[in-house]
Design a protein around this ligand. Structure first.
Ligand code: CP
Length: 329
């Protein structure tokens, strides 16, 4: 199903064709509607979760998805605290060890861009899921977002999507890659210039002929929301900005924090389309949120549904991968 170099890992959302994405949506819908039918699918299969940086949702939902499919998710760690990474052990050594302990699938979150791709060169039998690698990608978040959009909108094409907030360091906004595969979608990137969508993403979009615009003016937010089908917020990824106490870091925090913020007032003023939704991968940073809490009082807030779909989407991914790979292999 998924077409990475070994036809088994989930490393980049760009490895997925439109056919792969529609197949994924279809199987995930079937699983969500009939969970009991899939309760023993992954019996005797083991997941290791190796999380070198913080997570709540990605860590929990992969484990929960594995358990609901009858597999085990006991191996691994959700923080390097107390592990031999603190003694200087390499990622390669750790991956080899968990594979020898019986991991059939390894979910890796790591602060370094490209770490998941690197991991695929280390493992022999296990397959790798990228649970977020630095500023680069978070493909399973993109898959759950696609599932959520299709569930709510009944389609993946002809949508006007505004991405706002930290688009440079917010890897979940790479949702534009798969959404650009569907006809008639258009994108607006609303951000401070210091955290604008990276050039390499815009170059990709130009290459595939996708329609997009950039905007740095917060006063345009109501007009943009008025025309949008989906508003997708991205938290300021301050943990990946220059450190506080440095000139660059302090200037960035002063300039960027609080600059692009979606509020209930903006939404009400904008008079959005009836089926408009606000998405966010979560967590929101309560120190400097890109969406205020009062948006949750509106009928447009959709990020709790989105987060719940993380379990079903990861069940869809695991089921598809194990079936395709184990049958073919
Ligand atoms: N959306 C997401 O990746 O959340 P966590 O960082 O909590 O895993």
């Amino acid at each position: 199903m998924f077409k990475d170099k070994d036809n088994r890992h989930v490393v980049s959302i760009r490895d997925f064709s439109q056919e792969d994405l529609l197949g994924f949506v279809d199987i995930t819908e079937r699983i969500k509607g009939n969970q009991a039918d899939y309760a023993t699918e992954l019996e005797n299969k083991k997941m290791a979760r190796l999380f070198y940086s913080a997570s709540t949702r990605t860590f929990e939902t992969h484990g929960e998805a594995m358990r609901r499919l009858g597999g085990e998710a006991d191996l691994g760690f959700r923080s390097t605290e107390g592990t031999s990474a603190k003694k200087g052990e390499s990622l390669a050594s750790t991956l080899r060890m968990y594979e020898r302990y019986g991991a059939d699938v390894i979910v890796l979150r790591h602060p370094r861009d490209g770490s998941a791709r690197y991991a695929t060169d280390i493992v022999n039998k296990a397959w790798v899921i990228n649970g977020g690698d630095g500023n680069n990608e978070h493909p399973t978040q993109n898959l759950m977002d696609i599932f959520t959009i299709n569930e709510k909108k009944g389609k993946l094409k002809g949508l006007n999507i505004v991405f706002f907030g930290d688009l440079r360091y917010g890897r979940t906004t790479r949702l534009v890659y798969p959404m650009s595969l569907f006809e008639g979608n258009s994108f607006i990137f609303l951000s401070h210039p210091a955290v604008s969508m990276p050039d390499h993403v815009k170059d990709y979009l130009k290459g595939v002929g996708a329609r997009f615009e950039e905007c740095y003016d917060p006063s345009k937010f109501p007009d943009i929301i008025h025309e949008a089908d989906i508003a997708y917020g991205s938290r300021n990824q301050e943990e990946r900005w220059a450190r506080e106490g440095t000139t660059d870091g302090d200037l960035m925090r002063k300039e960027v924090r609080g600059r692009i913020v979606l509020t209930k007032g903006i939404i009400n003023w904008a008079k959005p389309k009836e089926n408009f939704i606000v998405m966010h991968p979560l967590p929101k940073d309560m120190k400097a949120p890109c969406i205020t809490d009062d948006v949750e009082e509106t009928p447009y807030c959709w990020y709790d549904e989105q987060a719940e779909n993380g379990v079903y989407a990861r069940m869809g991914i695991l089921y598809s991968q194990f079936n395709d790979w184990w049958l073919d292999g």
